[in-house]
Structures are given as C-alpha cells and as structure tokens.
Design a protein around this ligand. Structure first.
Ligand code: BES
Ligand code: ZN
Ligand code: ZN
Length: 500
C-alpha cells in the first residue's frame, strides 16, 4: 500500500470509494450541523439532499456512508469542531479513517484533502494526512505465513490546488523519508531477539546504510576494538553473551561544511535482549525485553531520515549493540570494572546494564567533540512510574533539554524534563569504587540513571538523555501506532533537531 498525490481529478473521478471530511458546527438555533468544504460540489449537494442521515452532524469519531450520484461510495469522516482541530487531532482522525477504509475492501480509494483541511494550509494538511496513513498502514507480518493485504494498492490524495503542486510534492518527499524511517525502526524493534542479535543487527544497519544512505561513513567496533578502546563497562555487559558486541559508528557530512557547521552526535542503547544477567528479571518482566534496543533504533531512524533529507549538520550516530545474557563468563554483581574514561564502577545489579553500555559510548562520542549529544534508551522501568507510558523523560543540560522539549511539542510528541540534582550524583558514588551502577534507594530511578550517565559526558558539551522505556512500544492510545510493537516515537522530534 502506498500513498499517491493527484492534482487532477482523473483518479478522483474513477475511484470506487471517495473519502471526505466533515466538520461540525452549531447553527444560530443551537442545532449541530455538518459543514463541508468538499472539492466535489455535486457530491456535497447530494449529501445535502439526503433526508435520513442518521443524525450525522460531522461529530468527531462518527462516520456516514452514502452512494453518490455517480454511483460511487462516499465515506464521510466526522472531524468535529474545525477551530479546535489541530495537526495531532487530524493525524488521529485520519488514522481511524484509514482503518475504516481498509475494512471496506474497495480497489480504488481517493481522499479529498481540502475537505480535511483544518490547518489553513493545504501543504501542511496533505503532509499530516500522508504521515497518518503511512504510519497506520504499518504492519509487522515478517513471520506470518499468510500476509494480509489491503484490497487497494494505493490511496490517492486529491489536492484540488494545482498551484500547490511543487510545495506539496517537496514536503511529501521529505515526510515519506521520515515515515519510512520510522517504519524501518519499528521493523528492527519488532524482530525477534534470536534473529536480531548484535551481529545481525549490525549487519542489517550496515546494509541499509550501503543501500539507502550514500556517502555515510561506517566504522564497526567488535570485541577486540572495544578492548582497545578500554570499554570495560560495555564489555562487562557482553561477557555472558554468545554474540560479539558491536559498536556501529556512522558519520554523515553535508555537502557544504563551513566553520559554523554544527556537529550533532546521537547515541542509542542497543540491547537486543535484556535478561537482567545474573540479577535475572522475573519471567513476566523479561517478556518484551527484545524492545531494549529501542534507543538505538530510534536514533538510527532519526539519523536515516535526516540524511535522506539532506541535513545541513554533521551527524555522528553511535549504536551500542549487545544482549545482556547469562553464562559462566557473565559479569556477577559485586564486580568492579573500569570504564573507557578511567572511572571505576561497582556493578551492584547486572540489570542496570544500559547505562554501562551507554556510558562507554558517550565517552567515545565526547572525544569527537560534538556541539551537542542526544542519546535515547529504554533505560529505566522507573520512567513508567514517573511519566506513564505516554511521555518521554528528558534529562541533561539546560539548552539541550529545552530544545528537545520544545521540538517535541512542535512535533506533537510528549516529552518532559526531569532534574538531576547534586544529591543524586552523590547517590551514584560507591564506597569502594568511583561509581556504582544503581542508586542507594529505589527512588528517582530515572534521574539517578541519568546522574550516572553524566559522568561520561565531557564537561561543556550540551547533552540530553531521552528515557524512552515508556514510549518505545505499545502506544495503543495513538491510533497511528500499532497497539503492540515498536512505536517509532521521538524519531520525528530527533529528525527535526537534526535538520534545523
Ligand atoms: N531495560 C530495562 C528498563 C526497562 C524496564 C525498559 C521496563 C522497558 C520496560 C533496564 O535495563 C533495567 O532493567 N533497569 C532496571 C534498573 C534497576 C536495576 C536500577 C529497572 O528499571 O528495573
Ligand atoms: Zn536491565
Ligand atoms: Zn535494559
């Protein structure tokens, strides 16, 4: 299934199913009534003639179907009050409409963008609709013997404004790169941990870069290279694994570089499976730990889209890949290891492994001297207690956190800053080593984890840590996300930050 955009009525006229939006307005007498701004005036008139419309007044979440004068089926999507409907409301309404369309089994489908335009700008409305459809149509069926296909090959978006053609096409091409990269990241997350282990994950990213990201430099560090880099924390997590650790280091350089070109670094937690190690997770909490590489797929998805969209910035992307498994070589609690930057760490809980992998990766990118570092990780269960499974936690330096929170708002994603206070920095100090990998209490677990990470960022570098443990998967409250599986959330925000 793909989305096509038309600026002529050719496909629109032929389509078996025509989809229109309708807004709801109160008239002078206090009666609710559907308000239409349809490109097809004949069908709008036909709708007006329908006597028994089952009380359809364009209310949000309602739909109405009728047969048009040209014998095509017309599906009307109620959108509610036009002045209240913003981009996210439209995205959600179109996602629900897409599910209704897919259930109808038509071969040819067209949607009139003008009738949905609550944004006052046809280009923006087309982008939001395109985005909603491409994200909602995502389906992970790699392991299904029988693949369920939609009855239609594509949905045509009819834009009844030829003057907008150039702008719409350009904006859609950029948006397609974002949604394709979100769906690529979802695929990575949804794959099985026995298939997508560190070595396979690394190969897959390398192949994707070769196929789709021309000019991006790739460097891969395996076990021997991590030893050379003295990444004692990263290696300690991998000690019990049947698979080699992989640090995938990607570099994108824009065509034009001046002394003012920004260098942005991304770091992602790529735990292909987190059993907890010797501090083994109980059975029920272990299931879903295949998503523990979500930080790395998120930063990779954002990097991928930003490169495809020709970002003006230099971008470094570092993915730290391993699983956290148990065998006779696995790290035991009470072990003391030395981090890449020389700090010693007492490992009191092998399930607090993400910070160990990230810490060494953060020290590695700090040495590249970027202007700003964004890292993403499914780092703590505590973030679910603090912010639920809808909001991303952001911690770090003032400027970096503000830019993430503000950008997330503009992208309709939920992000909220949490503090790092001196007391929590103290809490991460060990009596017998420089640091310990868990706090002394169970309180403020998301922030103490960030206080630990801070030790591996060179002072003076702007840094924001995104704890996405609550939002990386199962976003059932968002109709354009699968209710089970990788979400791709925060890729839009990071892409925006990377392309500014
Ligand atoms: N991968 C988990 C965090 C997680 C929990 C992600 C739930 C998604 C859902 C992480 O490695 C972990 O196990 N963290 C521990 C830290 C604790 C031992 C200090 C946790 O949150 O329980
Ligand atoms: Zn863990
Ligand atoms: Zn983990």
């Amino acid at each position: 299934m793909s989305v096509h955009v038309d600026f002529t009525t050719e496909h629109f006229e032929k389509a078996g199913l025509k989809v229109f939006g309708a807004f709801e307005k109160m008239d002078k007498d206090g009666n609710k009534k559907a308000v239409l701004s349809w490109s097809d005036k004949d069908l709008a008139t036909a709708f007006g003639f329908i006597k028994d419309n089952g009380d359809f007044t364009g209310g949000a979440g309602t739909t109405f179907t009728f047969t048009g004068t040209d014998c095509t089926t017309v599906l009307v999507i109620g959108l509610g009050n036009k002045t209240k409907l913003k981009a996210e409301g439209l995205r959600k309404a179109v996602a629900k409409a897409y599910r209704a369309i897919a259930a109808k089994k038509f071969k040819t489908v067209t949607l009139d963008v003008a009738s949905f335009n609550c944004l006052g700008n046809i280009t923006n409305a087309t982008v939001v609709i395109n985005e909603a459809i491409n994200l909602t149509a995502y389906n992970f069926d790699k392991y299904k013997s029988v693949k369920v296909k939609t009855s239609f090959k594509h949905i045509c978006l009819f834009v009844n404004d030829k003057k907008a053609k150039k702008g719409v096409e350009k904006a859609l091409a950029a948006n397609d790169n974002i949604t394709a990269s979100m769906n690529y990241a979802r695929d990575l997350m949804n794959d099985a941990p026995n298939v997508l282990h560190s070595e396979e994950y690394s190969k897959r990213v390398q192949k994707d870069v070769k196929d789709n990201l021309k000019g991006v430099k790739v460097k891969v560090l395996g076990k021997a290279e991590l030893k050379k880099e003295k990444m004692g924390m990263f290696l300690s997590v991998n000690a019990g694994s049947a698979h080699a650790p992989q640090l995938v280091h990607l570099t994108y350089t824009p065509k034009k570089v001046t002394k003012n070109t920004k260098h942005i670094a991304l770091v992602g937690k790529g735990l292909t499976y987190d059993t907890g190690g010797y501090s083994l997770k109980p059975g029920a909490s272990m299931v879903t730990m295949k998503y523990d590489m979500g930080g790395s797929s998120t930063v990779y998805g954002a990097f991928r889209a930003a490169v495809m969209n020709g970002s003006p910035n230099i971008i470094t992307c570092v993915l730290g890949m391993t699983d956290n498994a148990v065998n006779e070589h696995a790290t035991v609690p009470d072990a003391i290891v030395t981090a890449r930057n020389g700090k010693t760490v007492e490992i009191l809980n092998t399930d607090a492994e993400g910070r160990l992998v990230l810490g060494d990766c953060l020290s590695y990118v700090s040495d590249l001297n970027p202007d700003i570092i964004y890292n993403a990780a499914t780092l703590t269960g505590a973030v679910l207690v603090a912010l639920g499974n809808q909001v991303c936690a952001v911690l770090g330096t003032d400027k970096a956190c503000k830019s993430v929170v503000d950008t997330a708002k503009s992208e309709d994603e939920y992000a909220w800053r949490l503090p790092i206070i001196p007391e929590w920095r103290e809490e991460m100090k060990s009596p017998i080593a420089d640091l310990q990998n868990i706090g002394k209490t169970r309180y403020a677990g998301t922030a103490t984890a960030a206080a630990f990470l801070e030790n591996f960022i060179t002072e003076g570098i702007e840094w924001a840590h995104l704890d996405i443990a609550g939002i990386a998967s199962d976003q059932s409250h968002l109709p354009y996300c699968p209710s089970k599986g990788g979400s791709g959330m925060m890729i839009r925000t990071l892409h925006n930050l990377l392309t500014k």
